[in-house]
Design a binder for this molecule. Structure first.
Ligand code: UGA
Ligand code: MN
Length: 253
């Protein structure tokens, strides 16, 4: 199968660094198709050029988050969902451009996480929805489905943050067989759900907890980490800008 990785991304000082880290992991993955969706009204030249030079097979889209759903500068990040508009645009693209006979697996690859190439080998096995542990999320070292050694079935989740969610796992903790997304044409992400319920929202529309396929050695291995990049201190740059100067004249950072 082709692995379709959907990455929402937005303009900020660390954006090119994030995309560089991701792309250089993805270059190690065979049959990989990157769907990059900018949170912007139109595609930027930075991302356009970046993708052209990446060496990856990709689709570049733009879908701006409506202003009323955009986080304010000082809003805590749990106030509004991120990536909804962008992931839905990517799902629409898949449904409009792929055939029912195309074989694939769809994964939501946020631009700040850290991915092992081993994760993508696991995805090749997915019949419906594969699940696995995610490191450094939900206030835990690892948040994971509990996997029964004998039956290899998911028998619960160790999540402590909002454990009553129908699918208490992070966006990085699952991937979906393309067939299910093409069959369930209306399955999308929504602004109308509580914080932390995006994963449950999409999964409830296409799968039951019973059908989940535990991967990564019965969920005993961590192949993805919910890392978050610290915003850089640009206080000196701010002073330069006030004086009408900047360090990055003619240099893309
Ligand atoms: C957690 C989950 O890991 C996300 O998958 C989920 O979307 C999010 O919570 C949520 O509940 O909304 P977190 O690390 O807090 O993630 O989210 P971010 O990494 O800040 O954002 C997720 C994705 O959306 C990233 O790829 C980011 O680049 C993108 N994003 C973020 C935008 O496209 N626009 C924004 O204004 C902010
Ligand atoms: Mn993140």
């Amino acid at each position: 199968p082709t692995i379709y990785a959907i990455t929402p991304t937005f303009s900020r000082p660390v954006q090119k660094a994030e995309l560089t880290r991701l792309s250089q992991t993805f270059l190690h993955v065979p049959n990989f198709h990157w769907i990059v969706v900018e949170d912007a009204a139109t595609k930027t030249t930075l991302v356009t050029r970046f993708l052209e030079e990446s060496g990856l097979i990709y689709t570049h889209l733009a879908a701006a988050t409506p202003p009323n759903y955009k986080l304010g500068r000082n809003d805590p990040n749990w106030k509004k969902p991120r990536g909804v508009e962008q992931r839905n645009a990517a799902l629409r693209w898949l449904r409009e451009n792929l055939k029912p006979t195309d074989r694939g697996v769809v994964f939501f690859a946020d631009d700040d996480n850290t991915y092992s190439i081993k994760l993508f080998h696991e995805m090749e096995k997915i019949q419906r929805v594969g699940v696995w542990p995610v490191g450094l999320v939900g206030g835990l070292m690892v948040e994971k489905p509990m996997c029964d050694n004998v039956t290899s079935k998911v028998i619960g989740f160790n999540a402590v943050w909002k454990p009553d969610r129908p699918f208490p796992l992070d966006m990085a903790g699952f991937a979906i067989n393309l067939r299910l997304l093409l069959e369930n044409k209306d399955a999308v992400f929504s602004y109308e759900v509580q914080g932390g319920y995006q994963e449950s929202e999409i999964l409830s529309q296409i799968v039951t907890r019973n059908e989940l396929e535990p991967l990564a050695d019965c969920c005993t291995k961590v192949y993805v980490w919910h890392t978050r990049t610290e915003p850089p201190q640009l206080n000196v740059e701010q002073l330069l800008i006030k004086k009408g100067k900047r360090s990055n004249v003619g240099i893309e950072v």
